[in-house]
Design a protein around this ligand. Structure first.
Ligand SMILES: [Mn+2]
Length: 332
């Protein structure tokens, strides 16, 4: 029904120009669903001129744009020229800021295609609201359009759809049986799953790689009971280094950095550490550490940060002291 309703609307208003928008900081699902939808619309109504835009594009999406023939501009579109505006992966116009407020004032029919919980304000302003909360991604909904019409995506469209689905399902961790069926279809259309998934790893520049490696070089490893704690310092990329150390096997990591007498600390722990010890990094480590460093600290259960004053050595010593106060100290 869905794609037929969209076509009925474009035909009814005699649409010559269709503007397709992604939410701000457009993620791969938004970007890829916009691309596939644009291609499909062009195939069905070749005379329609399409224009795909986003107020901003995520770092990962930008990297994907290099390997797919997707053209998306971040310039403000000439809204008055559009006969229909289609919002992809978006459930409120606020997600289109700074363009959101401009869109609500228009008399152009608005179409929303999305898989998030539908929003009552959007229901009011939408001419057509295609929302499927069961769908893993907007790309899954767009693939449904092809199915509905008995069409097959081209190899490039299939690749884009596969990328959007992989991203939104966290590499299929959140996939349903339907998602796997669609993924299988797309692979049969020529998608190289291994290559596509590798594109979703954010490229890392040389300075970040070196920062991570130096953080390892300067590592102090501590055992508190059954827990392995990794403490280190690095001038930049503290959060990236902290994530890397958790991936390498530390249960908890403290990465400090210093600049002009100010010290910044990134804290990460494994889920297992939090569940077994009940130590909440934001509350039990970042907050007291922030106070001891005459600054502020806070965050989530397994991810937190501190900004304060002093030297990295001091920050790491204080963090160690707080951990020893909170954990059984059978240090080896
Ligand atoms: Mn999405």
């Amino acid at each position: 029904m869905a794609i037929r309703e969209i076509l009925a609307l474009t035909d009814k208003v005699g649409a010559k120009r269709v503007l397709i928008l992604c939410h701000h900081n457009a993620d791969p699902d938004a970007v890829c669903s916009a691309y596939a939808f644009e291609r499909l619309l062009k195939r069905l109504r070749p005379r329609i001129r399409t224009d795909v835009r986003a107020p901003s594009i995520s770092k990962l999406s930008k990297a994907l744009l290099d390997s797919l023939p997707i053209k998306i501009s971040v310039d403000q579109p000439p809204f008055e020229k559009a006969d229909i505006i289609v919002m992809m992966d978006t459930n409120t116009v606020q997600q289109l800021e700074p363009w959101g407020s401009l869109i609500t004032g228009l008399s152009v029919p608005l179409i929303f295609i999305d898989h998030h919980a539908s929003h009552p304000e959007t229901v009011k302003i939408a001419e057509l609201y295609i929302s499927d909360e069961e769908a893993s991604s907007t790309c899954e909904i767009v693939y449904g359009f092809y199915k509905e019409l008995g069409l097959k995506p081209t190899a490039e469209e299939a690749k884009a759809l596969f990328l959007g689905i992989s991203f939104d399902t966290k590499h299929f961790i959140l996939a349903t049986s339907k998602t796997f069926r669609i993924a299988a279809d797309l692979i049969e259309e020529g998608v190289d799953a291994q290559e596509a998934l590798s594109l979703l790893a954010l490229p890392m520049d040389a300075s970040e790689r070196i920062a991570r490696l130096k953080a390892c070089q300067r590592l102090k490893i501590l055992r508190l009971g059954e827990w392995i704690i990794a403490l280190t310092h690095i001038g930049a990329y503290q959060a990236s280094a902290a994530r890397a150390l958790i991936d390498m096997g530390a249960h908890l990591t403290v990465v400090a950095g210093e600049k002009d007498g100010e010290v910044q600390v990134s804290l990460r722990s494994s889920r297992e550490f939090y569940e077994k010890t009940g130590i909440h990094l934001g509350r039990d480590l970042a907050k007291p550490l922030g106070e001891r460093l005459r600054g502020m600290g806070g965050g989530h259960s397994t991810s937190a940060g501190v900004n304060g004053f002093g030297r990295v050595e001091e920050a790491l010593e204080e963090a160690e002291r707080i951990l020893k106060e909170n954990l059984p100290t059978s240090e080896q």
